[in-house]
Write a protein that binds this ligand. Structure first.
Ligand SMILES: *Cc1c(COP(=O)(O)O)cnc(C)c1O
Length: 401
């Protein structure tokens, strides 16, 4: 892959007419090392956040050995990219054939579930042809928890209610070699208290069921930094999770797991787009809702932006973006702060697109292609450069460079 120092160098060299994705392997590796060194347990990378094989390799080399996969396609993908990785199939609703292939062909031993139906499917799909039940399963029961502290909810679709959890935990204990409890507080959890509150539910479930629990998996939700979303430092999350885990009534040898997606890859990618037309405070750009800016369009996510074209005004103004397809939904409200004299032909770099962004480009309306380059400059914001302050500690806001 071709290397450039930064987005300006890419634009000077290529004047690209198509959007270009810029990857920062050093930023993803730094995030992975941070989790490996500081999270008080094991970190599973949630592959759906960005399944790029290049990124998988970067994370593996930085010490991420476990991968949270959600579909048989992800199982196959990670298995072929990383033959020695430990795969954990953490989608609570799977087909029996997907479970069987994962278990028999790809060595998957960890599965999650939130219902008796799923438990029965797992047991059946992992029973041998001679009728012997699997004796090496790690089964994680997904508990429903609140998403109230997160920017994107994952609360309504999956997870068994606390009131119904005890009999499912007991039934799962009967067939599991290791029994786990997992949850997901929702993506971009803006306070560590989200995990503390979820851990209280885990405590109640364990006490209720009086089962021995071997794995407590606090899921994903670890935040990244975006305009208007300045979370506390990740150390605060790890500390709160560690304290809550220490006081759980689980066995001394139990393991603590987490499943970061966004936090491991948000800083990995940015995107260079070209302005095709200006109409007042609306800019028509060449990527959008069907490309890397899915979240910007569909959930109003604000990504950091900067103008790459030299010579524009210092004064910034708020802009909205239209994407390239012929669809009114291809609209990103922002506001995105850019020089007030933006012109057609100018280039914009959109940052922090490594999670649920660069990897989501579709070919709708023929606008799928994007070239990829590596750059060596810093992402537009970082959780991992050792400069984060707790935004609650002072009135000032940590600045986005
Ligand atoms: C999406 C997902 C994750 C990753 O969530 P982030 O908010 O990106 O950290 C982890 N675990 C499960 C089960 C998920 O569905």
């Amino acid at each position: 892959m071709h290397h450039f120092p930064d987005a300006s160098a890419v634009v000077r060299a290529l004047s690209p007419d198509e959007p270009v994705i810029l990857n920062r392997p050093h930023a993803a590796a730094r995030a992975a090392r941070f989790f490996a060194e500081k999270f008080p347990g094991k970190s599973l990378y949630a592959v759906k956040a960005n399944p790029s094989p290049d990124l998988l390799m970067v994370l593996w080399e930085a010490g991420v050995t476990h991968y949270d996969v959600a579909s048989i396609a992800e199982v196959r993908l990670v298995r072929s990219a990383l033959p020695d990785a430990v795969l954990c199939f953490m989608h609570p609703v799977k087909s029996k054939s997907a479970i069987a292939e994962a278990y028999k062909a790809h060595g998957v031993r960890v599965f999650s579930l939130d219902s008796y139906e799923e438990l029965a499917k797992i047991v059946e799909a992992t029973t041998s042809e001679t009728g012997a039940a699997a004796e090496d399963l790690s089964l994680c029961v997904r508990l429903r928890v609140s998403s109230e502290y997160s920017e994107l909810s994952l609360a309504s679709k999956f997870g068994i209610d606390l009131a119904d959890a005890a009999p499912l935990l007991q039934a799962t204990r009967q067939v599991a070699d290791s029994l786990g409890i997992c949850f997901h507080v929702g993506s971009q959890a803006m306070t560590p208290f989200a995990y503390v509150q979820a851990m209280e539910r885990v405590r109640a479930a364990v006490v209720d069921a009086s089962v021995t629990v071997d794995i407590v998996d606090v899921g994903g939700g670890f935040p990244s930094i975006y305009p208007g979303m300045e979370p506390p430092p990740l150390e605060d999350y790890f500390g709160a999770i560690h304290r809550a885990a220490e006081s759980l009534p689980v066995s001394y040898s139990s393991e603590l797991w987490c499943e970061p997606g966004r936090a491991l890859c948000a800083e990995y990618s940015s995107l260079v787009v070209k302005v095709e037309r200006g109409r007042g405070d609306e800019l028509y750009i060449n990527d959008g809702a069907y490309g890397a800016l899915y979240d910007a369009a569909h959930v109003g996510w604000r990504f950091p932006v900067r103008c790459i074209t030299p010579g524009r005004s210092e004064a910034l103004a708020p802009f909205a973006f239209y994407g390239p397809t012929c669809d009114d939904a291809d609209f990103m409200a922002g506001p995105f702060m850019l020089p007030d004299d933006m012109q057609p032909g100018d280039y914009i770099e959109v940052g922090m697109l490594g999670a649920y962004g660069a990897a989501m480009k579709t070919a709708f309306n023929g606008f799928g292609q994007a070239r990829l380059f590596e750059v060596s400059d810093e992402p537009m914001a970082s959780q991992y450069t050792g400069q984060r302050q707790d935004p609650r500690a002072k009135d000032n806001v940590v600045s986005l460079r």
